[in-house]
Design a protein around this ligand. Structure first.
Ligand SMILES: *Cc1c(COP(=O)(O)O)cnc(C)c1O
Length: 381
């Protein structure tokens, strides 16, 4: 099928319905605006979505970056500690580590899944290593069995960067129930969006208390049961905290989006299945999804030999693409601060040179997917 008309397909279109808009307007009219009943409701529904009737806590914040920071702080990560993470991630994974004065130690990735290469983790562990941050690339869970085993043997914490993972599963377990703390993102391009927002989940009450305290200036009021506060104008400050709380307007959008999460996921599966089928036996190599795990299908990443040229050609045809990710070791700041070089991460480097991400979101029509496939196959080398 040849399509002559030029379509306009942005890399991402957030899926926001009239119902979402009405819910945000209600939050505005309620007069709360900041963290209030909607934030509590979002936390409660998200908690239930991850843990069901089981024990668990969900702490809503203003971004996944904040969630990662609070998580590492709750685990006692401090100056001079080392935290391992993949070279192929968004900068905030490493940035959160540096907020605490700790050192982000980068690990290379697997060529097929683009996830952290578990066979290369142990040689990077030193007496100062305290935690691992697996990043579930594009929504596909990392090799968590191996990661938990390494963490147990070396007494390390596991904080999952699950910014892409709503909903993802590993060997029958929902992501959110595996590591010590798991951090989700509701940034506009993610699978559930609140504009800006994030959530940290854990089954450990102490970690949850620490994150709740620190997300709002370390302020303790009656409601969290720590410290004695007699009058409602009075409060105590127990720690030097941060300003990371979620607003009720964002939370209202979150509650509304959570209701259609399964449907939105089914739409992503529709798109990824069409891409998968179209690229079999071609020059285009998609990231491999292993059979024992479920991906949220947040990203659809392919590898070709003429990545830069293909991005330009697709742009001419009205198709937006993106690159996930420019590896951390190539950024000026990280090169200067930690003396990383390309030679240290050969797989991340190779994969980066060939990768691009195609549009994938609930509102993407079959015609748009076909148009994208046709142009990718026409111009890929
Ligand atoms: C988007 C993203 C983040 C940051 O999420 P924010 O909510 O924007 O802070 C962290 N890690 C990864 C892998 C991401 O893609």
């Amino acid at each position: 099928m040849m399509m002559k008309t030029l379509l306009n397909i942005p890399f991402h279109r957030p899926y926001v319905t009239d119902e979402d808009v009405a819910n945000v307007v209600n939050a505005l009219r309620s007069g709360w605006l900041t963290s209030g009943p909607k934030t509590l409701e979002f936390e409660s529904k998200f908690r239930e979505y991850i843990f069901g009737q089981g024990k668990g806590y969900a702490v809503a914040v203003n971004s996944a970056t904040s969630a990662l920071h609070l998580a590492l702080k709750a685990l006692g990560i401090k100056e001079g500690d080392e935290v391992l993470l993949p070279a192929n991630t968004f900068v905030s994974t490493a940035e959160a580590v540096t907020y605490l004065g700790a050192v982000p130690v980068l690990c290379d990735i697997q060529e097929d899944t683009h996830n952290i290469d578990v066979s290369k983790i142990e040689r990077l562990i030193t007496s100062r290593t305290r935690a691992l941050i697996p990043v579930h690339f594009g929504g596909q869970p990392c090799d968590m069995e191996e990661i938990l085993d390494i963490a147990r043997r070396h007494k390390l914490f596991v904080v999952e960067d699950a910014a892409h993972c709503l909903p993802s599963g590993y060997k029958g377990k929902r992501i959110g129930k595996i590591g010590d703390i798991t951090c989700f993102s509701f940034y506009v391009t993610k699978t559930l969006c609140t504009g800006e927002g994030g959530m940290a989940v854990t089954d450990n009450e102490d970690y949850a208390c620490s994150m709740r305290l620190n997300r709002l200036h370390g302020i303790c009021t009656d409601s969290w049961g720590r410290g004695e506060v007699a009058k409602n104008w009075s409060y105590d400050v127990l720690e030097r905290g941060f300003k990371y709380n979620m607003s009720d307007m964002n939370a209202a959008l979150g509650v509304s989006q959570l209701k259609k999460l399964e449907w939105m996921h089914a739409q992503r599966e529709r798109v990824s299945k069409k891409y998968d089928e179209s690229f079999i036996g071609t020059k285009v190599l998609p990231v491999l999804i292993r059979a024992d795990r479920q991906s949220s299908r947040h990203l659809y990443v392919i590898k070709v030999n003429n990545r830069d040229e293909l991005i330009d050609r697709l742009k001419e045809k009205g198709i937006g693409t993106s690159v996930h990710f420019i590896p951390l070791h190539s950024f000026s700041y990280y090169k200067k601060a930690y003396r990383y070089t390309k030679k240290d991460f050969p797989v991340s480097e190779r994969v980066f040179q060939k990768s691009l991400s195609l549009p994938i979101y609930p509102g993407l029509t079959d015609i748009e997917v076909e148009y994208t496939v046709e142009n990718v196959l026409n111009y890929a080398k």
